[in-house]
Design a protein around this ligand. Structure first.
Ligand code: NAD
Length: 259
């Protein structure tokens, strides 16, 4: 049975009730995990308030700011985990960012700054979070990140985010190899298109969803809950032999060779 009772799970990337991270946090909580949430702080504290209200039903025992571009905040988040929980079992990396201009225009004109920002926030951050989590995963652990088909195949408008996802997926393999001897498993879920804040920044997201609904074997796209259930599985003992994998949760779209 899928049981995460007694497991401490730190979930990054909740912005609102459409966030994939919100779907994951709910399923981890349902499976019995003790939830900690990080949020991206803004000047006016609006996101903090919104996320705090949203996650309240899960009674998170940790609620900390964590902008992954800010080394001090990342460090403070893991110090909070250490102080409050002592050990960490589950880390959910569910965040990404690219400048909107780089997700609609010409790929060849991607700016140096835009390229670096997308790679730093969307891919390098997994390394930083794993570095913070490693010493706290004293009884082994599970790390799950979120990727997309655009990191493997060309998807219109995905552009620099495709490069970031390719880097993220390779990060998963290198991290799985390095952290495996400590019984820390690292996997990625490659989710089908879901309408969220981040995906709405990619030009033509509704067309992408419609295309998947037409072509995918299940004739639909997936929900945050389905991705959440898969994340809960990957974090559980049921997946104890799985690491370094990219698991497609996309209603089967990835297998199709011709639409
Ligand atoms: P979302 O907008 O709800 O989540 C993105 C999150 O990234 C937000 O919570 C935002 O606060 C956070 N974030 C951005 N910059 C940050 C920073 N510097 N520090 C900390 N957090 C930061 O959108 P989502 O679709 O739920 O995205 C979550 C993950 O799922 C992303 O990695 C995305 O690429 C991936 N994904 C999404 C889809 C989709 O169709 N929605 C499909 C496959 C993979």
């Amino acid at each position: 049975m899928l049981n995460l009772t007694g497991k401490n799970a730190l979930v990054t990337g909740i912005a609102n009730n459409r966030s994939i991270a919100w779907g994951i946090a709910q399923q981890l909580h349902k499976a019995g995990a003790n939830i900690g949430v990080t949020y991206l702080p803004d000047d006016k504290g609006r996101l903090e308030k919104k996320v705090a209200e949203l996650v309240e039903p899960l009674q998170p025992s940790l609620f900390v700011p964590c902008n992954v571009q800010d080394e001090a905040q990342v460090q403070a988040a893991f110090e909070a985990v250490k102080g409050k929980w002592g050990k960490l079992d589950i880390l959910i990396h569910c965040l990404a960012f690219a400048n909107k201009d780089d997700l609609t225009g010409s790929f060849v004109n991607t700016s140096r700054e835009g390229f670096a920002t997308a790679l730093e926030i969307s891919a390098y951050s997994l390394l930083k979070l794993c570095a913070g989590a490693k010493p706290l995963m004293t009884e082994g652990g599970s790390v799950v990140t979120l990727t997309y088909l655009g990191g493997v195949k060309v998807i219109p408008n995905y552009n620099v985010m495709g490069i970031a996802k390719a880097a993220l997926e390779m990060n998963v393999r290198y991290l799985a190899s390095e952290l495996g001897p400590q019984n820390i498993r690292v996997n990625a879920i490659s989710a089908g298109p879901i309408r969220t804040l981040a995906s709405s920044a990619v030009g033509g997201i509704l067309d992408m969803i419609h295309h998947v609904e037409t072509v995918a074997p299940l004739r639909r796209t997936v929900t945050q809950t389905e991705v959440g259930n898969t994340a809960a599985f990957l974090c559980s003992d049921l997946a104890s032999g799985i690491t370094g994998q990219i698991l497609y949760v996309d209603a089967g779209y990835e297998i199709m060779g011709m639409s």
